[in-house]
Write a protein that binds this ligand. Structure first.
Ligand code: ZN
Length: 385
């Protein structure tokens, strides 16, 4: 399909920044504003692209989550959740904390996803992104890993129920997309693929390649775990080697993808060793699969990404550029953007689109890591060819 005939949506409102656990929490939605302003400054993002989120209804959230969990989130919103309930619903630790109005702010992220789905499915746009979403860890009855409502899983179920779609989910966040996996583990109408750092040393611990689904869903969960300190070449080669046969075999109606950008070597929460180069390639690979298999229909979510100054804005800019069909950027970042945000940044902001690489450590086991990853990829690939 000619890219020029495709229309792209971008979910945004300042209200999305209110999904916020505390001032010191690593999940910081300021990264969404930084990205949005960068895209605007570059001239790519225009008011006509913007899709406003809405507050999802309880019945929509209940496509994945239990009503008692939704009720618990409402109680937490008003500070009246008991200690025993907080423990039961995963809201008692430092990771996923309670905050004022958390139901409304979480339901808005879901509503952003559903508005985007509706626009794609009614052919108002071909593709779009919701970088404020991608909360792939939350489970049907439990908050998990900074995630309250799983907007990704809800969007997939909504596509299945209201639009009769067979959905391929491609999750490239450094962490395994456990909440999404378990929501569709026995289902054969959605195929859930996740490429991530092995759970041996990283939250949530799941995502082993032998987790392949159950009952009718057997073969419809695909996990591609990677060794810690995996670098760009190995990530891209194993990603392509596994996702290409998966998409050809499943032949989806639409692709949903999760673009956590925490595989970057400067991300403080993971042990991956990729650069912006891999992060720029990933959305283009997925966009190309959508053009080949789903008539261009793809919805890209955000996800993790905890270096909000040096990594997230530059990486997520390329999610939107890939959807627009524009080429990756080189050269300098816009001066006006740097000038505005340097005032708030605790570090010196980068001024080009490439990594500065001054802190990049050479990994002595690179060849061994790449070999282990490729051996695993060949195993996963063999199930689909
Ligand atoms: Zn992550």
């Amino acid at each position: 399909m000619n890219n020029k005939q495709q229309l792209t949506g971008y979910v945004y409102s300042n209200d999305l920044l209110q999904y916020r656990f505390s001032n010191s929490h690593p999940f910081n939605q300021m990264r969404l504003k930084l990205t949005t302003e960068l895209l605007t400054e570059l001239g790519y993002l225009k008011p006509s692209h913007i899709i406003k989120p809405r507050i999802a209804t309880d019945d929509e959230i209940a496509l994945i989550h239990s009503y008692d969990y939704i009720q618990a989130i409402r109680h937490a919103s008003h500070g009246i959740l008991s200690d025993s309930e907080a423990k039961k619903y995963g809201l008692d630790g430092d990771d996923t904390q309670q905050f004022r109005m958390m139901h409304k702010h979480s339901a808005r992220i879901v509503g952003g996803a559903l508005n985007l789905v509706d626009q794609v499915m009614t052919n108002q746009i071909t593709n779009g992104c919701h970088l404020g979403g991608g909360l792939h860890h939350s489970l049907p009855g439990r908050a998990n890993g900074f995630c309250i409502y799983n907007d990704v899983a809800i969007a997939i179920k909504y596509l299945m129920k209201y639009y009769n779609q067979r959905v391929l989910c491609i999750d490239t966040d450094a962490h395994h997309g456990d909440g999404t996996q378990w929501s569709f583990y026995t289902n054969d109408q959605a195929l859930i693929y996740s490429i991530h750092e092995t759970g041996k040393f990283l939250f949530p611990g799941s995502g082993h390649y032998t987790e392949r689904g159950n009952e009718e869903g057997f073969g419809y969960t695909v996990n591609m775990p990677l060794e810690p300190y995996t670098e760009d070449e190995s990530f891209i080669e194993t990603f392509k080697a596994t996702i290409e046969p998966v998409v050809a075999s499943f032949n989806p109606d639409i692709i949903i993808s999760v673009h956590g950008v925490d595989i970057h070597y400067l991300d403080p929460l993971t042990h991956m060793h990729c650069t912006l180069d891999a992060l720029y390639q990933i959305p283009y690979i997925i966009k190309s699969l959508a053009d080949t298999y789903t008539n261009g229909k793809v919805i890209m979510f955000g996800g993790g990404g905890y270096n909000i100054w040096k990594v997230v804005p530059r990486a997520w800019t390329h999610v939107f550029l890939a959807l627009l069909g524009e080429s990756p950027l080189t050269g300098n970042l816009p001066e006006a953007w740097i000038k505005k945000w340097q005032h708030y940044a605790p570090i010196t902001l980068p001024n080009t689109w490439q990594d500065e690489c001054e802190d990049f450590q050479v990994i002595p086991r690179k060849d061994e890591i790449s070999e282990i990853n490729m051996k695993r990829a060949q195993q996963v690939r063999s199930w689909f060819i």
